[in-house]
Design a protein around this ligand. Structure first.
Ligand SMILES: Cc1cc2nc3c(=O)[nH]c(=O)nc-3n(C[C@H](O)[C@H](O)[C@H](O)COP(=O)(O)O)c2cc1C
Ligand code: SF4
Ligand code: SF4
Length: 282
């Protein structure tokens, strides 16, 4: 942390915004006392450029232009889960742009320990689908033994009642059946996947990866790129070492999100309705 005492007029803006209470004004001097999560709020609010975490000047943060609200709202409202894709993957530089936006998402304690596997090699995708289909096939017999299945669910960190969830009971046999008949229900025919993972030591790695992916999904939609969260693939990757090996995720990392990504091969002409939010005002 660099504090330029010459420039600092002790206005106190940085002190007031610091989430760690790491800054204070004592004896007419700005004092920094670690620890600090490195969020950059202090340097972002300083009108005098008197405090800095890194070396270079920061890029400015202009106000959103007129009309941005409507555009952003529209982006949120018109995003849909895309399950029909053109074969060509999204260009590397656009993927990089999206991932750079993804890591702008809120993340616990500013850990930034998320990592992303971008899988677009067709052979790797095929091997992954084969492995995951095998994983679910091995679970099919188990579904007939409710007590055992409930126990397994509990061990996997899920609610045991999910064993009776009609969506789950319907989908697991179909995932296997469709895969074996050559239809890609698992990765919805997408030319690429993005898998988000974090170490167990992260303060809240699961939430971090989910926020990052949700951010990326909206940024992708704004560029005409489709995405779909892939819970089945995600769950298999989270629990099956052999599936993780296919996409070379290092042992010890926890897989928290998986999405399909690519150029849509379908057009949505209307915005389906949603249940109104159930809100408890207190
Ligand atoms: C955690 C999570 C897991 C999901 N898993 C799948 C999946 O495995 N396959 C799929 O086709 N869609 C999956 N979806 C997409 C949902 O079905 C979809 O978001 C929902 O139907 C609402 O539609 P919309 O995203 O188009 O608004 C998942 C969504 C979430 C949030
Ligand atoms: S970077 Fe964030 S946590 Fe660290 S001193 Fe500045 S405002 Fe506080
Ligand atoms: S915001 Fe800038 S000028 Fe104000 S107290 Fe902090 S470092 Fe000094």
């Amino acid at each position: 942390m660099r504090i330029d005492a010459e420039r600092c007029d002790l206005c106190g803006r940085c002190v007031a915004t610091c989430p760690e209470r790491a800054l204070s004004i004592e004896s007419e001097r700005l004092v920094f006392e670690p620890p600090c999560v490195g969020c950059g709020h202090c340097e972002a609010v300083c009108p005098k450029e008197a405090i800095a975490l890194g070396a270079g000047p920061l890029e400015p943060a202009p106000k959103l232009p007129e009309g941005a609200t409507e555009q952003i709202d529209l982006c949120i409202r018109t995003r849909r889960s895309v399950r029909k894709y053109k074969p060509a993957p999204v260009e590397r530089e656009i993927m990089e742009e999206l991932l750079e936006l993804a890591v702008r998402a809120p993340n616990s304690a500013n850990d930034q320990v998320w990592e992303f596997a971008v899988v677009q090699d067709p052979e790797t995708l095929r091997l992954l689908r084969d492995r995951i289909s095998g994983y679910y096939k091995s679970r099919l017999g188990l579904m007939r033994h409710r007590r055992l299945a409930r126990l397994l669910m509990r061990l996997m960190g899920h609610c045991p009642d999910l064993v009776d969830n009609p969506h789950i009971r319907n989908c697991i046999p179909k995932l296997v059946e469709f895969h074996e008949s050559g239809e890609d229900m698992l990765t919805v025919g997408a030319p690429a996947l993005i898998i988000g993972h974090a170490p167990p030591s992260a303060t809240n790695g699961r939430a971090d990866c989910i926020y990052a992916m949700a951010t990326l999904m909206l940024a992708a939609h704004a560029r005409g790129i489709g995405t779909c969260a892939l819970g089945w693939v995600q769950d298999a990757l989270a629990h099956d070492r052999r599936a993780r090996d296919v996409v070379r995720i290092a042992p010890g990392r926890l897989v928290h999100t998986t999405i399909a990504i690519g150029y849509p091969d379908e057009e949505f002409l209307r915005i389906p309705s949603r249940k109104p939010p159930i809100v408890h005002w207190l």
